[in-house]
Design a binder for this molecule. Structure first.
Ligand code: ATP
Ligand code: MG
Length: 225
């Protein structure tokens, strides 16, 4: 199989985390990193980085580019993913053109630039309703939805049995700010990847409609010659 280095783009609540879990379940060899999960881990560990991150996240603001870029690149490097043979996917990073450019120039010398970017296009009315029902398992980043994807035992993570929590930034007010940020940064970011020729889009209201489309794109990339 070919290496796959995929970025999932999508509004907050569009299901990046859910689609990531589905891909990981489907393909044993695919791994992922989520910038939001990395930041929430820093907060949980009470690090200096975490203290700064918490302030931005609480207001739904994007962190400074250099800050997130450093964090994610460190993670890629420590997992030994900076290689042309590596296969992985990113969720939530890059989010700005500046982050995209930094990532690309760091990956290029390793022959490991992204080869696929997929935008998850979900109507905003659907997204808003989802957020209210969303619960997360912070240590793993696993996401649950009380309507579509409830945990097996109420309030507990399916894998570890640990308690689930509500993200503090999943409130109507903060969510509005996150959505506004997304709208503002999306078009330039899409233009950047479209010019490179790796941008795709999948549309739908539920993860069951989105996933088969995503799977087809991924499968095509993994097996193309
Ligand atoms: P969802 O997880 O529902 O898709 P989201 O994309 O808003 O929503 P995360 O990716 O978890 O959520 O990010 C949460 C917060 O972390 C953001 O609102 C922002 O403050 C910060 N953050 C995450 N990734 C980045 C990034 N690449 N650049 C700047 N800030 C980021
Ligand atoms: Mg997420």
């Amino acid at each position: 199989m070919n290496p796959l280095r995929l970025l999932l783009l999508g509004a907050p609540g569009s299901g990046k985390g859910t689609q990531t879990s589905k891909l990981l379940k489907h393909f044993d060899h695919v791994k992922s990193v989520s910038s939001g999960d990395l930041l929430r881990q820093q907060i949980r560990l009470n690090t200096d980085l975490g203290h700064i991150a918490a302030k931005y996240i609480a207001e739904g603001k994007l962190l400074p580019d250099s800050f997130v870029t450093g964090l994610v690149l460190n993670e890629l490097s420590s997992r030994r993913w900076l290689s042309s043979k590596s296969t992985w996917l990113l969720d939530g990073f890059p989010r700005t053109v500046s982050q995209a450019k930094s990532l690309r120039s760091e990956l290029k010398p390793h022959g490991a630039t992204l080869n696929m970017v997929v935008e998850l296009d979900v109507p905003e009315s659907v997204i808003l309703e989802r957020i209210e029902n969303r619960y997360v398992h912070v240590p793993s980043g696993r996401v649950y939805n009380l309507t579509y994807n409830p945990p097996k035992v109420a309030g507990r993570d399916d894998v570890t049995g640990e308690p689930l929590s509500k993200r503090s930034d999943d409130t109507a007010e903060v969510f509005g700010a996150r959505l506004a940020n997304y709208r503002e940064t999306l078009s330039p970011l899409k233009a950047f990847y479209s010019k490179i020729g790796i941008l795709h889009k999948v549309s739908g209201e539920t993860s069951d409609i989105i996933f088969p489309q995503l799977l087809e794109l991924v499968q095509r990339e993994l097996t193309k010659n």
